[in-house]
Write a protein that binds this ligand. Structure first.
Ligand code: NAI
Ligand code: MG
Length: 352
């Protein structure tokens, strides 16, 4: 029996509704593969706590997580708390403090899901967005001056380091090699004249170090259009923090629903726990109604299984997801069905 210590952070809104299904699936697949999970749940690390105590998590939050093998997170965000407060109070400190510099977001069009995009045919769209996760455009360097005056201004500096860019590019090229695929780099070196030419130079340099992997680069605007017009041509798409963020939501929409999309925040060296979370947010518009699609959280849990060294268990979960979508019409309202989160999870459990 392999034991894993898992931190659960449900967060806000539907975050707390999609984590229990993920846990049921983990337990069920774990029983079959001889894997046991010991969970520690951090139920009040949320916007509610922020409103009560002025912090999303306790001051020693990272220390409480440090000895875990992985973190499974729901979502954070509440209409009464500014989004930058919830993001910078919890998610970003974990991503940065634990050097989770790769944000991995697989996208598939499953059989049984109708994509809003005509060219997105099931079985053909199977790509991964590799997003740089700890530097780039999401930086604390900058400031605001002259508040309220006509000359008020805000400056925000992007930060691109050689070490930070090289390691995420190497991850992307390594992943493409393992998938037998190719790399597309998202750039904007025509308009952004310092950081993006630097990014492009490093892409060419790392490509030369991975001679077996084909690659190309595309400006982000053209790339966004191609994601919609011809999504099946992509395999591994690597981008900076901002570009990767936007592209992965776009890709999730192309795949049919943001409710399905999973993400992994990886510390590839395994010095720290990695964190797994659905791409979607806390969805205040449907929170509390029991109709959230749990697949994003469940697929994220499958990615966690893969990271923890259980690829067969991970595949059982993704196969069950593919099969519930292809062979049954039980689904949550975001996918055109009428099942509750609980009913859908029950159905999935029967296929595992
Ligand atoms: P969102 O992803 O929460 O919702 C966007 C739309 O998709 C909504 O109409 C929602 O009902 C629907 N949706 C999302 N997940 C779904 C699911 N599992 N099942 C069915 N429908 C689903 O994004 P939004 O509305 O921009 O943000 C809401 C809050 O979530 C904000 O406070 C935002 O900051 C936060 N957020 C947090 C993230 C995180 O914790 N990683 C990521 C994105 C947003
Ligand atoms: Mg996003």
């Amino acid at each position: 029996m392999t034991n894993h210590r898992i931190a659960l952070i449900p967060g806000d809104g539907i975050g707390a509704e999609v984590l229990p299904p993920a846990r049921h699936i983990l337990d069920a697949v774990g029983r079959r593969h001889g894997i046991a999970f010991r969970y520690t749940s951090y139920d009040d690390w949320s916007c509610e706590r922020y409103r009560r105590e002025g912090a999303m998590m306790p001051g020693d939050g990272l220390d409480q997580l440090r000895d875990k093998d992985a973190i499974l997170l729901g979502a954070v965000g509440h209409p009464g708390v500014p989004d930058h407060v919830s993001l910078w109070g919890l998610l970003i400190p974990i991503r940065r403090g634990f050097r989770q510099y790769v944000n991995l977001r697989p996208v598939r069009v499953f059989d049984g899901i109708e994509s809003p995009v005509r060219g997105a045919v099931s079985g053909e769209v199977d790509l991964v967005v590799v997003r740089e996760n700890v530097e780039g455009e999401y930086s604390e360097a900058g400031g605001r001056i002259n508040h309220g005056l006509p000359e008020e201004m805000a400056v925000q500096e992007s930060v691109f380091t050689r070490a930070g860019v090289v390691r995420v590019l190497d991850y992307a090229f390594g992943l493409a090699a393992a998938r037998g695929g190719r790399v597309t780099s998202a750039t904007k070196s025509n308009g952004i004249v310092h950081t993006m030419p630097f990014w492009d130079e490093l892409v060419a340099e790392r490509a030369a170090a991975h001679p077996g992997v084909a690659w190309e680069q595309e400006h982000i605007d053209a790339l966004a259009a191609k994601f919609v017009l011809d999504p099946s041509r992509f395999d591994v798409v690597v981008g900076s923090n901002l570009f990767g963020d936007i592209l992965s939501d776009l890709a999730a929409a192309v795949a049919g629903s943001i409710g399905i999309a999973p993400a992994a925040n990886l510390n590839p060296e395994r010095e720290f726990p990695s964190m797994f979370e659905p791409v979607h947010g806390s969805a205040p518009d449907i929170a509390g109604r029991g109709i959230a699609n749990p697949l994003g959280a469940i697929w994220s849990a499958a990615m966690m299984l893969g990271h923890l060294g259980h690829p067969e268990a991970a595949k059982d979960v993704t196969d069950a997801i593919a099969s519930v979508l292809a062979k049954s019409d039980v689904r949550t309202p975001d996918l055109g069905g009428s099942a509750t989160t609980g009913q859908f999870t029950e159905k999935l459990l029967t296929l595992l």
